[in-house]
Write a protein that binds this ligand. Structure first.
Ligand code: SAH
Ligand code: SF4
Ligand code: F3S
Length: 467
């Protein structure tokens, strides 16, 4: 498989557009990005922010202050659409006041009916672009500013190429997300992602390793590798996800490597071995289950059975004894019976997940599940959801209790978002630990003793090594 990249000339052209927008714009313009959906969208937003800052825009947190607003949207569930259109509607008045440019981007703009709706009913949206051509944003903004056309729309239904070398505005200095692949070939029957993100494309390993090295030089300690299917990463015949993990493990300065999401059907022994042999790769593995029933898994087109999933968990636990699992589960898939749902609860109990991310099945137009029989009522879906939640809450609480009294080795990330007097860090298992301590500890690895648990976080005390 060869990697097709956006040419250097094209990237240079976009830098020229950034320069031109900067020249044309008045000073002190502010932008606000509204990011929905998954970490991939968050990473894309960091790129959009990077380009905007290069063009002289400054970030702000509210629409009221903003001269430019970007909606980076998500299509994974139905109700998100109503919310976005609600917010878009609210901006009608502000737009006049702030002379605002409104941009609509992300996965929803890859859905034709959404574009139609904007074209028809939301004339105040200025720029619409999709997930394949984010790198062309400077050109689109230039078009809008210089020619004042009614609207710039550029959405591609072919897969965009990988692009390198455009600015990124990182939200954190110590942690960074790195997209390693984009798109998905799996077509799980409920899921819209393959339609809005296109087919799998992997970035060149050299580019990823270079990015990690540069980040490390800049003080970054932790990287999160992102993709819809990270273990399908395959930039060429003789290189795969296990090779990438092994190479990133050697990057000096990077102490923690996380990744999300892997697909259970593609989780091979080579990846398990690399994780087992690494001190840096996180021992928290997100392993999306979706359903515990083999019958439903088949309808979902997941490519594994209940037994194969449990066997994978066992194989991983044997080689990595201190591993923790988190998962995603969809409740109420069409045709799911009480017995099928019991199978899901059974797997949840058996695996003893650290955390379960739960979703009520949401019908997505154009997916195969749309025409399946046995769509369930909202009552049945929410009743099952609540039962799963009760079980998972109980398990989370029991899991948190186990930490109390233990000593944890953590990387200090910074001040807590809610209380500036408290520092925050995360355990190996990705649990938040808050504790009092000197700001000079930020960016350091230290030991803390856990003194209590508060459902979503642990409270700790710094262990003074000089004692
Ligand atoms: N590639 C990842 C998932 C990306 S989407 C994977 O395969 O695990 C994130 C999660 O959203 C999925 O794991 C699934 O649990 C949930 N999801 C996707 N489509 C959904 C739908 N139609 N209704 C409800 N939840 C959905
Ligand atoms: Fe969606 Fe399945 Fe692809 Fe995940 S693997 S993005 S759930 S189609
Ligand atoms: Fe949503 Fe697109 Fe991510 S649909 S979950 S933002 S890939």
């Amino acid at each position: 498989m060869s990697i097709t990249k956006v040419s250097d000339e094209e990237i240079k052209k976009q830098y020229e557009y950034m320069e031109k927008v900067k020249e044309l714009s008045s000073k002190g313009l502010k932008y606000c990005i509204n990011t929905m959906g998954c970490k991939l969208n968050e990473a894309d937003s960091e790129k959009i922010s990077g380009m905007l800052e290069e063009m002289g825009y400054e970030k702000c947190d509210s629409f009221e202050e903003a001269n430019l607003v970007v909606f980076n949207t998500c299509s994974i569930r139905e109700n998100a659409e109503e919310k976005v259109f609600g917010k878009l509607g609210e901006l009608k008045n502000l737009k006049e006041k702030n002379n605002m440019i409104i941009c609509f981007a992300g996965c929803m703009s890859q859905e034709p009916h959404v574009i139609e709706k904007i074209q028809k009913s939301y004339p105040h949206v200025d720029i619409i672009f999709g997930t394949h051509n984010i790198y062309k944003f400077p050109e689109m903004l230039f078009e809008k500013i210089s020619k004042q056309p009614k609207r710039v729309v550029d959405v591609w239904n072919i897969d965009g190429e990988i692009y390198e070398g455009l600015p990124v505005k990182r939200e954190s200095k110590t942690q960074a997300s790195i997209i390693i692949m984009n798109g998905c070939n799996n077509f799980c029957s409920y899921c819209i992602v393959p339609y809005v993100r296109g087919r799998e494309r992997s970035r060149a390993p050299e580019d990823i390793i270079f990015e990690a090295q540069e980040l490390a030089k800049d003080g970054c300690k932790e990287i999160l590798l992102l993709g819809q299917n990270v273990n399908s990463y395959k930039p060429r015949e003789d290189y795969n996800f296990a090779n990438l993990l092994a190479d990133l493990d050697k990057v000096d300065g990077i102490d923690i490597i996380r990744f999300t999401s892997p697909h259970p059907k593609d989780f091979k022994d080579d990846v398990i071995d690399v994780i087992a042999n690494s001190k840096k790769i996180s021992k928290v593995i997100h392993l999306p289950l979706q359903s515990g029933s083999s019958r439903v898994l088949k309808l979902m087109n997941r490519g594994y059975t209940k037994e194969q999933y449990l066997d994978l968990v066992d194989r991983i636990r044997k080689k990595i004894p201190n591993v923790y699992f988190t998962t995603d589960i969809i409740v109420g898939f069409p045709g799911e019976t009480e017995e099928d749902f019991e199978d899901t609860l059974d797997v949840v109990r058996k695996v003893d997940f650290e955390q379960v991310f739960m979703f009520i099945y949401s019908l997505r137009h154009g997916t195969r599940a749309e025409n399946m029989e046995g769509h369930l009522s909202e009552e049945v879906k929410s009743e099952r959801f609540n039962r799963l939640k009760t079980l998972s809450d109980k398990m989370t609480e029991e899991g948190m209790n186990k930490y109390v009294g233990t000593i944890q080795h953590v990387l200090v990330e910074g001040e807590s978002k809610t209380n500036k007097d408290v520092l925050t860090a995360r355990t190996d298992s990705n649990k938040i630990v808050n504790f009092e301590g000197d700001k000079s500890l930020i960016g350091k690895e230290i030991e803390v003793k856990i003194i209590s648990q508060h459902v979503w976080y642990l409270k700790g005390e710094v262990i003074d090594k000089d004692f």
